[in-house]
Design a binder for this molecule. Structure first.
Ligand code: KIV
Ligand code: ZN
Length: 389
């Protein structure tokens, strides 16, 4: 046992991530990602927004029926229809089903979008949480645009939803506006000014409009937040969400000043990132931290020399820690089934015997005309040849 504080990793790739332009996924594709997130041991996965469409409802239902480890969350606005629909899909996950309801709390959203007074917003939030609690105790409430909300009002909302039964209260930076010191102060303020704050887990959810989503999330953790909401490759609305791989690897790498732990099996990060890219077609920039093609590449002579002498001279984490096998076997026409199978597994594929055979035949045909087979070739073969789940 360790005395480090456990940080709950709430992955929202399948909900907020899917809101990225061009990222919509079929039910089968969502299920494939969900299996990979399960393997990676995220604590909670947000599977979708059940009332948004028939397809999203079916995806959340299927994930709730199939995935066994993590909790499964479904988003719902603060109204009866959304909440009822969310539970209709989530009920199959039993006590692991989480209803995540939200309403905006900033002046700008209340005035222009909701056209509601403060009292009406509090009343609506409380009513929504109570309705959700009627289905499950596992209820999360989000104060949308919390960062631009006046703090005393935010504290009032948080106190009211905790009293109504919310077990998790999320403080989103919906528009990616905050900076680390400010976000630290917001979380600290709530810790100090909401009497029953310890009855709920405080969660953070950062967008990346100023490129600060990960830094802000870490600052919030240092101020006492217990859950971080994030997505694979940082995909999400506009500039995206806090990147799961970056926040998790920062927590793992800087144990000296960040005494927290997560349940994430980081060795599955690379495969998960690749799988998402294959499915959505959204490529990762080469210099992206952790999972970019250059993240572990050393170009300068001085760096190459240093790494050859002692890796830690220029590497703060090992490629193996994210499942990137530097010593990977080069695949070509002389490669056998074993190497082929092993590489597919590293990329996150678990194929049946029949599918493996089909893919292997395609691989051999390609290897006859191409010197070296890259991960992208394997992903194309699998995407083309095999439809899993
Ligand atoms: O960014 C946001 O505020 C959200 C909420 C629905 C949690 O995605
Ligand atoms: Zn969001």
């Amino acid at each position: 046992m360790t005395d480090k504080k456990q940080i709950i990793i709430f992955d929202t790739t399948l909900r907020d991530g899917e809101q990225s332009p061009g990222a919509s996924m079929t039910i089968e594709e969502k299920l494939r990602i969900a299996h990979q997130l399960e393997k990676m041991r995220v604590d909670v996965m947000e599977a979708g927004f059940p009332i948004a469409s028939e397809g999203d409802f079916e995806a959340v239902k299927k994930i709730a029926q199939t995935i066994k480890g993590p909790q499964i969350s479904g988003l719902a606005r603060a109204n009866d229809a959304d909440i009822d629909r969310a539970w209709e899909a989530l009920q199959y996950a039993g006590e692991r089903g989480r209803i995540h309801t939200f309403i905006a709390t900033s002046d700008i959203h209340m005035k222009y979008k909701l056209k509601m007074t403060e009292d009406e917003v509090v009343e609506t939030a409380v009513r929504a949480v109570k309705r959700a609690v009627g289905y499950t105790p596992n209820v999360e409430f989000s104060a949308e645009d919390a960062v631009r909300t006046r703090l005393p009002f935010l504290a009032r909302v948080v106190e009211a939803v905790i009293a109504a039964g919310a077990r998790t209260v999320n403080i989103p930076d919906t528009v990616g506006y905050t900076i680390p010191s400010e976000y630290f102060n917001i979380i600290s303020y709530l810790k100090q000014n909401v009497p029953n704050i310890d009855k709920a887990v405080l969660s953070v959810h950062c967008h990346n409009d100023l490129g600060l989503a990960v830094a802000n999330s870490l600052a919030a953790v240092q101020a006492g937040a217990g859950q971080v909401e994030c997505t694979i490759n940082g995909i999400g609305e506009r500039a995206g969400n806090c990147s799961l791989e970056e926040v998790v690897m920062a927590l793992r790498t800087r144990q000296d000043i960040l005494p927290y732990r997560t349940n994430v099996v980081t060795e599955h990060i690379y495969a998960t990132s690749r799988l998402l890219t294959t499915i959505t077609g959204i490529v990762v920039q080469p210099n992206k931290a952790i999972v970019g093609a250059n993240a572990f590449a050393h170009e300068a002579g001085i760096h190459q020399h240093g790494v050859l002498m002692e890796k830690s001279t220029y590497e703060i984490m090992t490629p193996e820690s994210i499942g990137l096998n530097q010593n990977k076997l080069v695949l070509g026409k002389h490669s056998g089934r074993h190497a082929f199978n092993q590489r597919l597994q590293q990329l996150g594929y678990e194929l049946s015997k029949d599918d493996m055979q089909k893919a292997f035949v395609r691989f051999k045909a390609l290897a006859d005309v191409k010197k070296e087979i890259f991960d992208e070739d394997l992903e194309a073969i699998v995407a083309d040849e095999i439809i899993r789940v």
